[in-house]
Write a protein of this length. Structure first.
Length: 268
């Protein structure tokens, strides 16, 4: 807020800003403000002579635009949201849905690991070229992410599973192969869930280019409920599948061991 603006507004007590003052207050630039006006995102200023004066509504609009751009919205979507705001709809409902859609689906806390730690755990005994090749593939699969002089580990649980398999004697190459296959399988499962909800729930948003708060709140609630539901469905299915697969794969081996034990001479 600036005193000159109050004086220029005729003592109405409402702040007014020149364009450079508005840019500074909003953490933006004069160039951005003019670009937003050209795109219809920001209304024109009040003219006093040849000076354009902006009010608090412009400042609030600029801050909203900056927030939406920071979240990755395109100018076209921002224009729709601004239109919703102008017609009295709550943009917070839209942002609330966006938060539900972009929040992580896991409460797992990412970890870190050094280059030497990863090589020691997974590629001990391998040649340098082979170790680096497998590490590059681990990065490609998204199991670790280069971050400065170390690696970010998005899921320490997955890394622990891989380390246990390697320690049990499974070659790292095979571990990475199965990791890629399971990742692809999970992508198919996720796609089926999302398509189900999109077909029966998200379509409600398509009828109104600027849906109201009730529709957005309802869809956000469905997405929230999907989080535990997905795990509740996948866990028992994978458990039952593992039981059947393990019995089928190891049943013959167990029978062979039992027969060998039965064939041993009895000690007298």
């Amino acid at each position: 807020m600036n005193g000159r603006g109050d004086e220029q507004s005729g003592g109405r007590g409402m702040a007014e800003y020149r364009i450079d003052e508005l840019a500074q207050a909003a953490g933006s630039t004069v160039r951005n403000i003019r670009a937003y006006q050209d795109r219809g995102l920001l209304p024109p200023p009040r003219l006093e002579g040849r000076v354009g004066l902006y009010g608090d509504s412009h400042l609030a609009r600029l801050r909203l635009i900056g927030k939406l751009l920071g979240r990755g919205y395109t100018f076209a979507i921002i224009k729709d949201l601004v239109s919703a705001w102008e017609t009295g709809k709550d943009v917070g409902d839209v942002l609330g849905l966006e938060k539900v859609l972009t929040d992580p689906w896991s409460d797992e806390i990412p970890g870190t690991a050094s280059h030497d730690e990863l090589i020691g755990i997974f590629a001990g005994g391998l040649g340098e070229d082979e170790s680096e090749r497998l590490l590059a593939r681990t990065v490609e699969l998204g199991l670790v992410e280069p971050e400065g002089d170390h690696f970010r580990v998005p899921s320490p649980r997955l890394l622990h599973v891989g380390a246990e398999l390697v320690a049990a004697g499974v070659p790292l190459e095979s571990v990475l192969d199965i990791a890629q296959q399971i990742r692809d399988d999970c992508d198919v499962i996720a796609g089926r869930f999302v398509n189900l909800v999109r077909e029966h729930v998200f379509h409600r948003l398509e009828d109104d280019p600027v849906p109201g708060g009730d529709e957005l709140t309802e869809v956000a609630a469905v997405v929230r409920r999907m989080r535990p539901l997905v795990k509740m469905v996948v866990d028992p299915f994978i458990a039952r599948a593992m039981e059947a697969r393990v019995q089928a794969a190891l049943g013959g081996h167990l029978e062979l061991v039992r027969d060998q034990i039965a064939a041993r001479p009895t000690e007298t």
